[in-house]
Ligand binder design. Structure first.
Ligand code: ADP
Ligand code: MG
Length: 265
């Protein structure tokens, strides 16, 4: 039973609802256009099988996929809290230590997704939910893997994969998204957590993509050297020169979170 909407985006709408037993879940209902193509439905169920196998504290738990009549839906845990976009809009940029703490959790979640053979493809604050029942809140990644299904249907409405402000130069150039392109998006997001804006967003999509391809990110004030070095390496134009894995980035960020934590009085 669906009760109220939680959000909507490129691929569908997310609803809060209950199972027959009364347990609360989040249901993501994909756009009709996706459910009309049998090949898409087949891929959805195949990809979904991978998603249900990922169990990690920083990844939203996917319980199952439903393909019924003209509806494709994903059943997942309901996260009680805001997404990172709302938190940034309300609270502004974070101190570097807190950005590292959150970033480390995002990187750990990404590592679990990558280990399962899935590329997220749309890492950005909207897709990082904050479970605010704990303090500090813990991160749960959502919206992973599904972009590939939408992309392969080839319909115009669903062709745009990723989000211009976060898209890696090689993906903007038409190459397939990889774990390294997720790390690039993580670099953009870390930059944004620290200073409130992304480095390359521009009025036009074309200009934004040009900047990803050619501009070096300007160094914002207040980012300590070791954190800046990490962000700059994540934003390397050459995917082969980025850190080797999400796990390596998570370890680096966890260490930085300790070093940069404000001294206790
Ligand atoms: P889209 O592909 O439409 O971007 P998402 O999976 O990112 O879909 O979900 C859209 C929004 O719905 C998210 O930004 C978030 O605010 C909310 N949402 C998604 N999944 C959940 C969940 N499991 N629990 C609570 N809110 C969710
Ligand atoms: Mg989303």
């Amino acid at each position: 039973m669906l009760e109220s909407t939680l959000g909507h985006g490129a691929s569908g709408e997310v609803w809060r609802g209950r199972s027959h037993e009364g347990e609360e879940f989040a249901f993501k209902i994909l756009h009709d256009s996706l459910s009309r193509d049998p090949e898409t439905v087949r891929r959805f169920l195949q990809e979904g099988d991978l998603l249900t196998r990922i169990t990690h504290p920083n990844v939203v738990r996917v319980h199952g996929l439903v393909a019924e009549e003209d509806t494709l839906a994903i059943v997942m845990d309901l996260v009680q809290g805001r997404d990172m976009r709302m938190a940034l809009d309300e609270g502004g940029a974070l101190p570097p230590g807190s950005a590292c703490t959150l970033g480390a959790e995002v990187a750990q979640g990404l590592a679990a997704i990558h280990d399962a053979g899935v590329v997220h493809r749309d890492v950005k604050p909207e897709n990082v939910l904050l479970d605010e029942r704990t303090s500090p809140p813990s991160v749960r990644l959502v919206d992973f893997g599904i972009a590939r299904i939408a992309e392969q249907t080839g319909s115009k409405a669903t062709k745009m994969v990723g989000t211009p402000a976060y898209i890696a130069p090689e993906v903007a150039d038409g190459k397939p998204a990889t774990a390294a392109s997720d790390l690039y998006a993580l670099g953009i997001m870390l930059y944004e957590l620290c200073c409130g804006v992304t480095p390359f967003a521009d009025d036009s999509v074309y200009q934004t993509l040009q900047k990803h391809a050619r501009h070096l990110p300007g160094r914002p004030d207040g980012i300590p050297d070791p954190l800046w070095e990490l962000i700059a390496s994540l934003l390397d134009k050459d995917p082969a020169k980025r850190p080797s894995s999400a796990t390596a980035v998570a370890m680096r960020l966890s260490a930085l979170a300790v070093d940069l934590a404000p001294a206790q009085a």
